[in-house]
Design a protein around this ligand. Structure first.
Ligand code: SDX
Length: 429
């Protein structure tokens, strides 16, 4: 490498490739012309060394455990702001003034109702359907409505679609929950803030008044902030790839929701709590640590490890603090799952295997304990992740659509299948 170019020797060819510097973080080698110049592709399944785009939204330093939304540290946003302020920041690039915040809150609040016909979709599901299956379907179904905000070439319609997504996904999430427990849907109440409204739609029943616990609402709002965006993770990359073809924005968010569901990604909070329940007591921890280290055992410590963080996930630290706040508020003194989690973390962080592989607790390790204490069933944990991540998905989708260099995403492959061969008649196979 010299200056801002790098050279690659491919056979007798020397290929010059530009190096592009970011504002912070690793530079990139622009390989766009590599195939044209060498007839070869790069190979990076899982994209461990590949930047798929240029973005100004979220920055992560995995070695230092740093997470910035538009340059602001997650710790400060979680401490001082609220989730809708974070939504404004991710969408617009700057923190709102008081007037801008009031206007944004007003507009989001008045988009929280869904089209009444949406409610009919739910009747088709089994009551024991996983709420994430319902979310993938109902968010996708939104692409059959709201035709006044799907012309993605119109900036105004892009912003309306973005606000509708942020506003309506919590309502659909609450409906998905209510449907699985056989309770009537609860309509949004405009007099409540975003997260209090969501809690009421989940836990209120017609038979009695529901009073939002401000400590729990603040804690869940902070949890939403922590989950709002995370650079080019699997589900965000899914939204970007779906959006690169010009697909309906609601359909793109449905694609991201589907990807988030996986236990290696957003499904890890549900899997982590199930793991803690399976471990059951502190005495069983050594057995599970051994399973996690055993190459022949597919078991992994859910809520541990991360593709980018090779240090402590900064969100996990804030999550841990929130867990204690919620348990204290609810008067839960000795939660056996928390005892197992704290001891499992202590043992894992001192174990050579986890130290050598730089496996630390991630955001999913503590979130399940908190959400369970709040009254959410395990099956709703990833739904809550999707509620929060919707703003990240839509902000990244909007950035991609507005990027003048944007084109349809179309990776290539290393083909190792059969070379061309002739079709044999069935009698000669
Ligand atoms: C999220 O990308 C994001 O930003 C995601 C996310 C977001 O906000 O969008 O942060 C949200 O998805 C957090 C991660 C939640 N997933 C889990 O907690 C599931 C458990 N974790 C692992 O499956 C794993 O750590 C991943 C998927 C998170 C990361 O996997 P990588 O980067 O592909 O690493 P790897 O699987 O290649 O693991 C490296 C080594 C392997 O051992 P070797 O093959 O090198 O011998 O570490 C081991 C793995 O076996 N390992 C684990 C482990 N995670 C990795 N061993 C035991 N327990 C684990 N949890």
């Amino acid at each position: 490498m010299s200056g801002n170019t790098s050279q690659l020797q491919v056979g007798d060819k020397t290929v010059d490739m530009a190096i592009k510097e970011g504002s912070v973080g690793p530079a990139v080698i622009d390989i766009a012309k590599l195939y044209a110049q060498t007839g070869m592709f790069t190979y990076d399944p899982g994209f461990t060394s590949t930047a798929s785009c240029e973005s100004q939204i979220t920055y992560i330093d995995g070695d230092k455990g740093v997470l910035l939304y538009r340059g602001y540290p997650i710790e400060q946003l979680a401490e001082h702001g609220d989730f809708l302020e974070t939504c404004y920041l991710l969408l617009e690039g700057e923190l709102p003034t008081a007037a801008q915040k009031a206007d944004f809150d007003y507009r989001i609040t008045r988009h929280t109702m869904v089209h009444e016909q949406m409610a009919r979709f739910f009747q088709g599901f089994r009551r024991d359907a996983h709420p994430m299956a319902v979310m993938v379907a109902s968010i996708g179904a939104m692409s059959a409505f709201y035709h006044d905000s799907t012309d993605i070439s119109d900036p105004h319609q892009r912003m309306i679609a973005s606000m509708r997504m942020i506003a309506k996904v919590p309502t659909l999430a609450a409906m998905a929950y209510k449907y699985t427990i056989g309770q009537p849907f609860v309509y949004p109440l405009n007099s409540l803030d975003y997260t209090s409204n969501f809690l009421r739609m989940c836990f209120a029943v017609p038979a009695e008044e529901y009073k939002v616990n401000p400590v729990l609402s603040r804690a869940l709002d902070r949890i939403f902030i922590l989950h709002a965006d995370h650079e080019q993770n699997a589900s965000t990359s899914t939204v970007r790839l779906a959006g690169s073809s010009g697909a309906n924005p609601f359909a793109c968010i449905a694609a991201g929701t589907a990807c988030l569901w996986g236990p290696a990604h957003g499904g890890a909070n549900e899997a982590a709590l199930k793991m803690l329940e399976e471990i059951g007591s502190v005495d069983n921890i050594p057995k599970y640590i051994a399973k996690a280290k055993d190459k022949n055992d597919p078991f992994r410590l859910m809520g541990f490890g991360h593709r980018v963080y090779k240090n402590y996930d900064p969100r996990a630290k804030i999550m841990q603090k929130t867990t204690h706040e919620v348990l204290n508020e609810l008067g839960i003194k000795d939660d056996p799952l928390l005892d197992v989690a704290v001891e499992l973390e202590r043992i894992a962080l001192s174990d050579e295997y986890f130290i050598e592989k730089k496996l630390y607790p991630n955001i999913d390790f503590y979130s399940g304990i908190t959400l369970k204490a709040m009254g959410f069933p395990t099956s709703m944990f990833t739904v809550l992740f999707a509620v929060a991540r919707t703003v990240g998905w839509i902000a990244q989708w909007k950035e991609m659509i507005e990027d003048p260099s944007q084109k349809i995403g179309r990776p290539r492959q290393l083909y190792t299948g059969s070379a061309q061969r002739d079709y044999p008649p069935i009698g000669r196979r």
